[in-house]
Structure formats: C-alpha cells, structure tokens
Design a protein around this ligand. Sequence first.
Ligand code: PMP
Length: 394
Amino acid sequence: MFETLKEQPADKILQLMQMYREDPREQKIDLGVGVYKDASGNTPVMRAIKAAEKTLWETETTKSYTGLAGDPGFADAMVSLVLGDSVPRDCVSAAATPGGTGAVRQGFDLVKMANPKAKVWVSDPTWPNHLSILKHMGMEFTPYRYFDSATRGVDFVHMIADLTAVMPGDVVLLHGCCHNPTGANLTQAQWKAVIELLLDKEAVPMIDIAYQGFGDGLDEDAIGVRMVAEKMPEVIIAASCSKNFGIYRERTGLLMTVSKDRSRSKLNQGTLNYLNRQNYSFPPDHGARLVTMVLTTPELRADWAAELEEVRNSMLGLRQQLADELKRLTNSDRFDFIAQHRGMFSRLGASPEQVETLRRDHGIYMVGDSRLNIAGLNKTTVPLLAEAIVKSGV
Ligand code: PMP
C-alpha cells in the first residue's frame, strides 16, 4: 500500500531553518520562521505562564479527560479576550483545538459540513497553511487580491472588486490583525466596507486571529473581528494562543462560531464537539489551562499584558529603526511601509533573486516571497540588514 504514496512538498520555512543552521558564517540573521524572539534571539516562556505553570503543578489533582470542547472556563476567557462585549455570550459556541491551526482546520471542516458547495475566498497572499489545508481537504478556494506590491499596503480597490463575485453561502477568510505574510492590515473604514459587502452578498466571514496583542494592542487588534461579530449574522473565528501567550508547542487554540439566532448556539456547540470527537476526541488541555489561569487571575493577567506590551513595543521599535536606517541610506521614504506594517511580519517586496542574494552574500535568511520576521532582528542587526537590502538592489 505504501508504495502508492508520493513525496510531499517540503515546508519551505523549515527548509530555510535547516539551511540557516548549517550556515557556518558567524554573521548570519534568521528572519524566517514565525516565532517571537527577544534581543538575544531567545523565545522566552512568559513570566505569567511560568507562574501559572508552577501553581498548576502544585494544585492539579487529575489528568483525567476534559469535556469534548475542552475546559469551559478557557472558552469563556478566550471568547471575552477576542470578542469583548461585541456579542452576547450565548450567541457564541466554542471548542478548544490543538493550536490555531487546529481551529482553522476544524473551521474548514465545519464549512464543509454546513455547505459542501461553499467556496472559500482567501487573500492573495495568505498564510501558506490555509491553502495547503484547503487543498488537502479537497475544498474549493479562490484568491482575492489583497496586497499592493507598489505601496506595500492593502490593495483595497481590487480586494473589493474581487469580493464582488462572492456567492451567497461562500466563506471569506480574513486575518483578524497582523496579516501574515504581508504585515498590511485593513483600517476600520475598510473593515466596515468589507462587512457591508459580505452582508449584501450573504457570505460568511471566517476570521483567523493568531497575533492579538502583537499589532496595536490587545483591544485594538480585535477591533475588526468585533465589528464583524457585531454586524454579521454568522461568523466563524479561529484564534491561536501560540504567539500572544508564547506557548507554541502546547498547541492551544479555540474555534468559535457566532450565530445571532441564539436558538442555533446549542446545535453549533454540538457540531463543534462532534468535530473534536471525530478528529482527536479531547483537545489538549495544559496550554488552555495556563491561558485560563492567566486571564482569570488579576495579577497574572496584568503581568502578562505588560510583558506582551514589551514584546509589541520592541517590534515597533525595530520597525521604526529599520525604516529610519533605510531612509538615511536611500535618501527616500520608500521603506516607510516597514514602520506602518503591524505584527511580526513585513513583506519587503524583494524579488526571489534579491532574496537569494541576501542569503548568499549577506547571510540573511527570509522566506522566498520576501517576508521578514521583524522579531528576528535586534538593534545591532538592523543596520546590517538595511545595508544589505540596499546593496542587493531592493
Ligand atoms: N494563522 C496564522 C495566520 C498564523 O500565522 C499561524 C501561525 N503561524 C496560525 C494561524 C496558527 O498557529 P498555531 O497553530 O501555532 O497556533
């Protein structure tokens, strides 16, 4: 049987990490993989998470199964973090999932169950896993234009033009904040226009929010998703705790549905439970429990929010430093977009050849589409990157 299996395409980012590790040069910079790194290149365990972990170790009395949807306290805490008071809690159904990827995957599964004919509209570009999961599941999808490679901002005119072809019941996948891979995000006015269009087309928004707190702040980054939840009759939301709680390997995420028709919430909840049951029974609990403890213990929550602010501000500082350095070297404002982008990533707009030159001649590793992880930089490496960018003719 196994002889029929074909080689699967290698993950480009993981390949890049391997090349970086094997590069003997002392001066090399890894701007590839999407994890937060501090100035020394470490991905620390957040203070509040460490404290919660200690308490959990001391107080946890059983490792028996949780409910199919995970700990209800986790769902409550996360629904409130993501949706604020934009919708009454009883309109929301939620189930814990293994990471944001699990929530995305289950969200697509839900779409397939509810409307097998639905086409999923995805931004061009988007997180490559969106596409590979959709392909793997045999679901139909269509890209909508999103990024303007001249301004490196959102190509809103073409985004709206493409979404005009959306059919009733189609699903439009949007990034809640900190768009991956571009760093270019919708303004509030643009969210409003998208909502009006989707209402008009009777389409269903699905929002992937994986970086809440990495852009403009915890509440600010949730403005779009909250506007959508408030206005649309139905919404699917996939949230990840990997980045903002720094618990990548614990695999902690939440899939939510919003139904303005409250009588549907029970059925939606049953469906989310069913999906968990079919795919892996019970979701992982350790990370979810830590998140719940952090969000519901005032001192831990305050400390977590403060540390997240430090992380966010350090990335904003690096963005500004890089934009300033490039302004000085090129005597132009063409790289100002780096300071305007939000989140961990920016799409530089370099050609694949220039990306290769940066790697070969300067030991700078970024993904082939010129996505750079701002958190891979520090104050010392920013000037080196700026110089290399200019030398490579970007
Ligand atoms: N969505 C997007 C857009 C992401 O960038 C990521 C992380 N790379 C995820 C979802 C899911 O992350 P995880 O499964 O690690 O929680």
